[in-house]
Design a binder for this molecule. Structure first.
Ligand code: CS8
Ligand code: FAD
Length: 388
């Protein structure tokens, strides 16, 4: 692909997603922002069009798209609404460890569940990635959740926090210590059915932005999980699975930040051509037009970092550094672009009557979830120093 142009197939996916974002997501985004209602209707339409779970390989019933195509789609969804986009993309994160490390049986059962059909109520199966805990976010090795083996089952106890799709998922990827004395080599990944006894889902968190997305705490009290649900059948494999998943999902999250910034830029540009001060459109004041120039330039730079990091992953190369470049740059860029879009609107930008206020609120989370902007720099510094 990247020889500086998208293939015909990639352009077709982009157009399908762009039309969907314009016709279905955008018109509903204000409603979901105001009500916090989970966007089941939109997710169902997306599922019917094949826009959910796009990286599930063809042999398990999916489209088998690469991370690059997933990024192209994610940018478009996020242009429509990042709250709705996050609900969609959380499935890509939850499925990533399974796609990369699952056994045949696990992939057939749990990836198949997502793509084979809808639930009895006509909505799609969702999934969630449960790693963060109340006392451990950036420092993943500090998680406390334990899984104890008893015969051919494990019993999981602990609490997860800030779990996207927490109350909507049919199954969870859960990271827990099977051997707390072995450091990260004592962490094991599990696939846990969401209706297993002992699981309790907390209330929906009231967040600053991305209100359509469902964020929950989840507690596990002696939850019995069959040994066959140890991801990849590998006790002690959880760390590599959890970290490996980020290499696939961080470019997708970064591309969502690009989509949000593109939306903010487009609003700001249009407004700047309409609003007049001192006898001319504000776009003709250099201070304003340079803000727009910086927005356009940084959006394009972020997109290139995103596409490169996803493309490397699709080539089978380790992209940890490039995924961190993309995530940090795109997140910081999106927050700045959204903030400058509010600035271009002046007082109107601060009002809920105008679209940039929502984009500003929605942008902040990109510097926090999927590894904070500080943690991306920790990762980059480790990688570049290792290369010296
Ligand atoms: O703790 C790691 C980290 O990544 N922290 C950030 C946590 C994070 O990103 N959480 C996000 C949760 S999910 C979420 O927010 C969802 S948002 C909603 C959905 C959005 C829609 C999609 C860390 C800081 C990188 C690691 O720190 P340390 O504990 O200091 O470990 P290290 O010493 O760096 O590493 C230990 C060994 O592991 C190897 N490693 C590290 N990274 C990788 C990757 N692949 C393979 N191996 C890896 N990526 C590292 O090389 C070390 O190996 P050694 O052989 O021991 O030297
Ligand atoms: P902390 O780790 O306590 O960090 C606090 C501050 O200290 C941050 O600014 C951080 O950058 C800084 N800091 C910490 N350590 C360092 C360091 N070594 N160097 C420099 N600065 C440092 N998690 C999941 O597992 N699954 C999900 O689906 C999920 N979805 C989320 C959705 C939302 C809306 C939110 C808010 C969070 C979600 N998370 C999810 C959790 C998210 O990944 C964490 O919040 C994030 O990784 C940060 O962890 P923390 O909140 O514990 O902050």
């Amino acid at each position: 692909m990247i020889g500086y142009g998208l293939s015909d197939d990639q352009k077709m996916y982009q157009k399908t997603a762009r039309d969907f974002a314009r016709d279905v997501i955008r018109p509903a985004s204000e409603h979901h922002d105001q009500t916090g209602e989970y966007p089941w209707e939109i997710l169902t339409k997306a599922w019917e069009l094949g826009l959910l779970n796009t990286m599930v390989p063809a042999e398990y019933g999916g489209l088998g798209l690469g991370a690059l195509e997933a990024c192209i789609l994610s940018e478009e969804m996020a242009w429509g609404c990042t709250g709705i986009g996050t609900a969609m993309e959380a499935n890509q994160l939850a499925t990533a460890p399974l796609i990369m490390f699952g056994t045949e049986e696990q992939k057939k059962k749990y990836l198949g569940m997502l793509v084979d059909g809808l639930k009895d109520d006509g909505t799609p199966h969702m999934a969630a990635y449960c790693v963060t805990e109340p006392g451990a976010g950036s420092d993943v090795q500090a998680v406390k959740t334990r899984a104890v083996k008893e015969g051919d089952v494990y019993r999981i106890s602990g609490q997860k926090m800030w779990i996207t799709n927490g109350a909507k998922a049919s199954w969870y990827f859960v990271l827990a210590y099977t051997d707390p004395d072995a450091g990260y080599r004592g962490l094991t990944g599990f696939i846990v059915d969401a209706d297993t006894p002992g699981i309790e889902v907390g209330r929906k968190e009231i967040n600053l932005g991305q209100k359509a997305s469902d964020t929950r705490s989840i507690s596990f009290d002696n939850v019995e999980v069959p040994a066959e649900n140890v991801l990849g059948g590998k006790e002690g494999g959880g760390w590599a699975q959890a970290m490996g998943a980020f290499d696939k999902s961080r470019p997708i999250v970064a591309s969502a930040a690009v989509g949000l910034a593109r939306a903010a830029f487009e609003h700001a540009r249009a407004y700047s051509l309409e609003r007049t001060t001192f006898g001319k459109p504000i776009a003709r004041h250099q201070a304003v037009s340079f803000m727009l120039s910086d927005m356009a330039m940084n959006i394009q730079a972020a997109r290139h970092l995103v596409w490169e990091s996803a493309w490397l992953h699709d080539q089978g190369e380790r992209n940890t550094k490039q995924a961190a470049f993309a995530k940090a740059f795109a997140a910081d860029m999106a927050v700045k672009v959204a903030s400058d879009a509010v600035q271009v609107y002046g007082g109107y930008g601060y009002s809920t009557e105008y679209p940039v206020e929502k984009l500003y609120r929605d942008s902040k989370i990109f510097q926090i979830y999927e590894g904070t902007s500080q943690i991306q720099r920790v990762i980059i510094s480790r990688e570049i120093l290792r290369e010296a």
